[in-house]
Design a binder for this molecule. Structure first.
Ligand code: SF4
Ligand code: SF4
Length: 102
């Protein structure tokens, strides 16, 4: 990840990144805290929290690349979930249409 990354300024398909709710959520009933997802993802989305019960959290959700699901594919216990792509596509289209009307 570039040091200059600033989620406040990022856009995806013309929509501010912060208006797009795409990031992994962790199923703590399944996660075994192997940290493979954190090692794999280059975007600093996850962080390990030794001091908390939940050792792994999604710290920077807006760093996640919209429509990427790569970490879910390497998670052996299938603990990472994403929103439905079609729902997010629909939302992006709606937001784009609203911006054109402005
Ligand atoms: S790869 Fe899956 S099981 Fe391993 S820490 Fe990440 S979410 Fe948890
Ligand atoms: S979906 Fe892609 S960008 Fe998002 S956390 Fe997983 S590997 Fe990183």
């Amino acid at each position: 990840m570039s040091e200059s990354y600033n989620a406040d300024k990022e856009t995806f398909m013309g929509v501010p990144r912060k208006e797009i709710p795409w990031w992994p959520t962790i199923d703590y009933d399944k996660c075994d805290f192997c940290m493979e997802c954190d090692k794999f993802c280059p975007h600093n989305v996850f962080v390990k929290r030794e001091e908390e019960n939940k050792k792994l959290i999604v710290k920077n959700p807006y760093n996640c690349v919209v429509f990427c699901r790569a970490c879910a594919k390497i998670c052996a216990p299938d603990a990472l979930k994403f929103p439905e792509k079609r729902d997010i596509t629909k939302l992006i289209k709606k937001l784009r249409a609203e911006k054109k009307e402005d």
